[in-house]
Design a protein around this ligand. Structure first.
Ligand SMILES: Cc1ncc(COP(=O)(O)O)c(C=O)c1O
Length: 464
């Protein structure tokens, strides 16, 4: 990699401050900020504006599964652009999208055999919700519209997908389709009552779900949507049996079961899809994005059960139109990149991920020896370090909402990018990470958290 590409050009930061609007900005700094400027990436590393080489701890945002600067993906991007750079999905089809749909269907569980491609995760979720509305309208069930979602979930930034989101911080200043949503509590075992067993906690969540179905009436409820592991909510792994029990209630009540695999799909848990492989459920719809192209091209989609499509085809309204599509649905370059990405996953990366996962968790779990750390949890190559002010009460260290940022800052000095989330740090490295690189990551995290503990004590914020 040439130095020219390793370090961004001199005025990039100023240009960003002057002209760029960043995602999720605060009113006080909107249109007037830059965030850490990155230059080139390579494998699990990225280079920043100070010339530092950092391990990309969050793989961008759960994206860069095959790592940065993968030549095979770069070649395909160029080859497909030279072959067919774009076609209108309204009245033509391209070969890569047809082949990719077949191969994704081959990996999807049950009768999920048809794929609708979108531009990312939000549009995948939006497409699924609009499909569900359409499905029930065509079946003459116009009242069946409510969607069950959960506190702590994250599903995107378009209007309907954002309306599902469960974090209070994101809800304060925005408008939502709240009348459509039934929001249940977060299935977070770490935050269950201290004297409650995990099994009882799971039963309580399922009872809450059943009560909500009874209270609102199944005739008014269209679907449940959930991430198998709540990713941006802090890598929350629900109790065993929770998803199967909810799946059963959905089936009994004609409520569609949508699993949002935008993060967990395409290798993060060692499988193309985790729903059946890791959680033993077959959804009606799966949404995906991110890892499908390892972030090399914006692509997402939903895989839909053939049963639903057959019901539509044989309905009394063959003229009814699913009036939903995107200019970039089935984009030929995105689909070609995704095909090559899938080759890499199938060839050995899924197996490699499953093999390295126990080592990753052993190293991450060891961070629990630090007093500030209340719990390290996760699955596959996803982990969350949750900091607490007091280990006994699990009181999150909200006294200082900057704890995650503080850890990230120290870690960056030491050579690691972290994804800070209030009092938590999320780690989801590229799947190609080696044992040595995991050792470095764990060592840096240990030192970064230790330095944060020292700072918090010195500033009188925390006495642990
Ligand atoms: C589970 C989940 N669903 C949907 C989305 C939205 O995806 P996108 O940002 O590609 O629109 C995200 C983004 O992080 C996500 O984590």
């Amino acid at each position: 990699m040439s130095e020219k590409h390793a370090i961004p050009y001199e005025n990039a930061t100023q240009d960003a401050v002057d002209h760029l609007i960043q995602p999720w900005p605060s009113a006080g700094s909107i249109g007037a900020e830059s965030r850490g400027m990155l230059g080139a990436g390579e494998g699990v590393y990225v280079h920043d504006e100070k010339g530092r080489k950092l391990i990309d701890g969050p793989a961008g945002m759960w994206c860069t599964n095959v790592g940065h600067r993968n030549e095979a993906l770069a070649d395909v991007l160029k080859e497909q652009a030279m072959e067919l750079s774009y076609n209108s999905p309204w009245y033509t089809t391209n070969e890569p999208s047809a082949e990719l749909a077949r191969r994704i269907a081959g990996h999807a569980p049950g009768d999920l055999d048809h794929v609708f491609f979108t531009t990312g995760g939000s549009t995948a979720v939006e497409s699924a919700l609009r499909f569900v509305q359409f499905y029930n309208n065509v079946r003459g069930l116009e009242a069946k519209k409510k969607i069950i979602c959960r506190e702590g979930g994250y599903h995107g930034s378009t209007y309907l997908s954002a309306s599902l989101n469960g974090s209070q911080r994101s809800r304060n200043w925005m408008d939502f389709a709240d009348e459509m949503m039934i929001r249940l509590s977060c299935p977070d075992p770490f935050r269950r009552p201290r004297d409650m067993s995990l099994e009882d906690f799971g039963d309580q969540l399922v009872a809450e779900f059943a009560d909500a179905v009874r209270a609102h009436g199944p005739e008014n409820i269209a679907a449940f949507i959930g991430e198998p592991i709540m990713a941006s909510g802090g890598v929350i792994v629900p109790p065993d049996g929770y998803f199967q029990a909810i799946r059963d209630i959905c089936t009994e009540n004609d409520i569609l079961f949508i699993v949002d695999e935008v993060v967990t799909g395409f290798g993060r848990l060692g499988h193309v899809f985790a729903s059946e492989a890791c959680f033993d459920v077959v959804p009606d719809i799966i949404t995906f994005a991110k890892g499908v192209t390892s972030g090399y091209f914006p692509l997402g989609g939903m895989v839909v059960s053939d049963r639903l499509l057959a019901n539509l085809r044989t309905s009394n309204h063959p003229e009814a139109m699913y009036a939903h599509g995107l200019t970039y649905s089935s984009h030929p370059i995105g689909c070609a990149v995704a095909l090559k990405n899938l080759d890499i996953l199938e060839e050995d990366l899924l197996e490699y991920t499953r093999g390295i996962t126990p080592y990753f968790h052993e190293k991450m779990k060891a961070l629990e020896e630090l007093e500030l750390v209340g719990e390290v949890r996760g699955m596959g190559l996803m982990a969350c370090i949750e900091c607490v002010a007091d280990r006994e009460s699990h009181n999150p260290i909200r006294l200082d909402t900057e704890v995650g940022n503080r850890i990230d800052k120290h870690c960056q000095e030491l050579g690691l990018l972290v994804r800070p989330l209030v009092h938590m740090c999320v780690m989801s490295p590229p799947l190609v990470i080696t044992r040595d690189q995991i050792d470095s990551m764990a060592g840096i995290l240990h030192e970064g958290i230790s330095r944060t503990m020292r700072d918090l004590r010195q500033e009188g914020i925390w006495q642990g």
